[in-house]
Design a protein around this ligand. Structure first.
Ligand code: SAM
Length: 284
């Protein structure tokens, strides 16, 4: 293991001793209302790119030949998925959005990094923490179906408003991941449990994770713990994608510690992704 990651992991382990004690939800959403947060907000604004193709190129490198037409075609695959459309329309009152709304606005970043990138990278193993309705799980599953290969492992504790940084409760009678269409589920293992207990055994089992997506507990400590735990399991070029990067400085601190730039799309400054270096690098 390289020294940079070992140092980052030691620091996280030191600050994460409380993970072994009974969990107490943070009083706030974990935001750090200080100078560093303002600095980080500024970095995110400056790093955000408006053009989806250029943004993906920043993440995946120039060798993939990513063009606007290619990205548009892959976006269109999501819009054309009838089972996903039916699922979202069926539950639109529960999730507060119809299918059209699920394809625009802040969700564009998730489609770009979770669907389009998965179609281009063609991973064998995707690991996701945080499922709730299952929208992002469905995006991954559709991409894996289109690729004809790969498996998604999702870890989730059922959402309860006011707990674990959630503002939404899974309605009675609905199961975690209810938006994921039945016909896409053959490439899915949904693990109901705490990422703190489930992530390490899963990593030991799969060994290599081609794409990791964090969307569970958005406290600094937990995000850092997930990032540092997963990073050694990413191959060169493997992706670390994260929602809610603006809640604290974990993504920024981690990206700097690993010397890997974050790709951020202008549709959502709260969403980012970085790739592990392909060539030799001190933080690879
Ligand atoms: C923001 S939601 C996920 C949304 C989903 N990725 C999407 O966009 O469709 C976060 C989910 O993570 C769960 N969660 C929070 N902390 C967790 C933890 N420590 N382990 C597992 N799941 C957790 C919450 O209960 C909730 O279901």
């Amino acid at each position: 293991m390289d020294m940079t990651l070992a140092r980052a992991q030691r620091a996280v382990r030191r600050s994460a001793r409380s993970l072994t004690r009974p969990w107490r939800p943070a009083a706030s959403n974990g935001a750090e209302p200080d100078r560093r947060m303002a600095q980080w907000a500024d970095v995110r604004r400056r790093q955000a790119m408006a053009d989806p193709a250029r943004c993906l190129e920043r993440l995946l490198g120039p060798k993939r030949g990513i063009t606007p037409a290619m990205v548009q075609e892959l976006f269109d695959e999501v819009a054309a998925c009838d089972s996903l459309r039916r699922s979202v329309e069926r539950y639109k009152d529960v999730i507060g959005k119809d299918f059209q709304a699920k394809l625009s606005g802040v969700v564009v970043a998730a489609i770009l990094f979770n669907y389009v990138a998965t179609r281009i990278v063609r991973p064998e193993v995707v690991v996701e923490t945080g499922c709730a309705t299952g929208w992002t799980s469905a995006l991954f599953l559709l991409a894996l179906r289109q690729n004809g290969k790969g498996h998604l492992y999702t870890i989730d504790l059922p959402a309860v408003s006011g707990e674990l940084s959630m503002d939404w409760t899974l309605p009675a009678g609905l199961e975690t991941g209810f938006l994921a269409p039945e016909e896409l589920r053959d490439r899915w293992t949904l693990i109901i449990g705490d990422a703190r207990a489930e992530l390490m055994p899963l990593l030991a089992k799969v060994r290599q994770v081609d794409i990791f997506y964090h969307d569970s507990d958005h406290t600094y400590q937990h995000m850092m713990w997930e990032y540092t735990s997963v990073w050694p399991h990413l191959p060169p070029g493997g992706l670390l994608v994260s929602d809610d990067i603006g809640w604290n400085t974990a993504a920024w601190d981690f990206s700097r510690a690993m010397s890997r730039p974050l790709a951020i799309h202008g549709s959502n400054l709260n969403f980012g992704a970085m790739a592990k270096a392909v060539g030799p690098s001190p933080a690879a």
